[in-house]
Design a binder for this molecule. Structure first.
Ligand code: KG4
Ligand code: ZN
Length: 343
């Protein structure tokens, strides 16, 4: 069983071919990240235009790299939500067109659910029941899977996603876009206990909140340069010393990661899953891997870094499992994008 996966929900245009839901035959990712750097965040129109440019090359790449022909492909899986409308449209329309002209079954994939499946490309594979912490630029969720397609959303962010908080904090202290990796890098030279930031207390035991933390970092940065809340944030980068930037990054990262790790530990102790996986762009964060490994008494399943951020392999893997379990196919003439798709 070989599935072509297509992903274009944000700023990565990606394709991959996966066999039997566990073997990655080829993958190709083109990112428009550099084009967004000057704006400090993804510009949807630029991302969409860039997808149009890259979608055919990434699909061609995975065929030439894997040596597969269309005759080898058993189906096409594509992200249809959640994500940016213009970006999703490019992947979905490409997949629909290919499904029609190549006469292949089409599988619509939920991007966030897809992130979890990057872990099924690793050895050992995760087992059910499975607890997954999904942490990306758009999502922060704790999901308990009894089996494939049988899951409960335990909790999620009530405001910003954790990756979004990394990106915003990077902007406040003047670190380059994308914020996650640059905050993580600056944090290596900082003291995680230089600033004491709060963890939001919420009614639901498994929900997260990061917007108060982001404001706390802003106020601490203003105080660190001897100013108060009236100092515009765009003046901070030139007034903060390198040491202050690193301390702010390290202290923020420590608490943001502790927030999600505490909830994951609580869910683990209550539900006793046999596997714990982390998924999404922030799963690339080393502090998260360190804190989580210390908090959970079983080995954690980690995907390789290139499979944590957006990619086609995770989409192809979930598509493969859908195909192997004879899940419902999508209609290639009508599959619509779902920008606000939930788990
Ligand atoms: O999953 P992803 O590629 O796209 C979404 O579906 O959102 O995640 C992107 C997010 C960004 O917010 C980025 O800053 C964050 O993942 N990220 C990281 C790291 N690498 C990427 N955050 C913290 N530490 C990292 N090493
Ligand atoms: Zn993602």
């Amino acid at each position: 069983m070989k599935i072509l996966g297509i992903e274009s929900s944000c700023d990565e245009t990606a394709a991959a071919i996966v066999e039997n839901g566990s073997i990655l035959l080829a993958q190709s990712v083109a990112s428009s990240m550099d084009l967004h750097a000057a704006f400090g965040g993804v510009v949807p129109e630029i991302a969409a235009r860039s997808h149009i440019e890259f979608i055919t090359p990434v699909i061609k790449n995975v065929f030439s790299e894997s040596g597969c022909t269309w005759d080898d492909i058993d189906g096409i899986a594509v992200t249809y939500g959640a994500g940016l409308s213009g970006s999703l449209l490019v992947g979905v329309l490409s997949a629909r067109t290919l499904a029609i002209i190549k006469n292949k079954p089409l599988y619509g994939i939920n991007h966030v659910e897809g992130h979890v499946y990057a872990n099924f490309l690793m050895k050992p594979q995760p087992t059910f029941p499975l607890l997954s912490l999904i942490v990306s630029g758009g999502h922060s969720q704790l999901v308990y899977f009894r089996d494939h397609f049988d899951y409960d959303l335990l909790g999620q962010t009530v405001d910003d996603a954790i990756g979004e908080a990394f990106d915003k904090v990077a902007k406040i202290v003047g670190l380059p876009y994308p914020g996650g990796p640059s905050v993580a890098k600056a944090a290596l030279a900082g003291n995680p206990h230089a600033f004491t930031f709060p963890i939001a207390k919420l009614d639901s035991p498994y929900n997260f909140s990061f917007s108060g933390l982001k404001t706390a970092v802003l106020r601490a940065a203003q105080a660190a340069v001897g100013a108060d809340y009236r100092l515009p944030s765009f003046e901070l980068p030139e007034r903060l010393t390198e040491a202050q930037k690193c301390d702010l990054a390290a202290s923020f990262q420590y608490i943001a990661i502790k927030t999600v790790v505490d909830k994951t530990r609580k869910a683990f102790n209550e539900l006793h899953p046999t596997s714990v996986v982390i998924a999404g762009g922030v799963a690339a964060n080393q502090e998260l891997r360190t804190q989580l490994s210390a908090a959970i008494p079983i080995p954690i399943n980690y995907a390789s870094i290139d499979l944590c951020t957006d990619n086609g392999a995770m989409i192809a893997t979930l598509g493969c499992i859908k195909a192997m379990q004879h899940a419902e196919t999508a209609d290639p003439y009508t599959l619509a994008i779902a920008p606000n798709l939930k788990m």
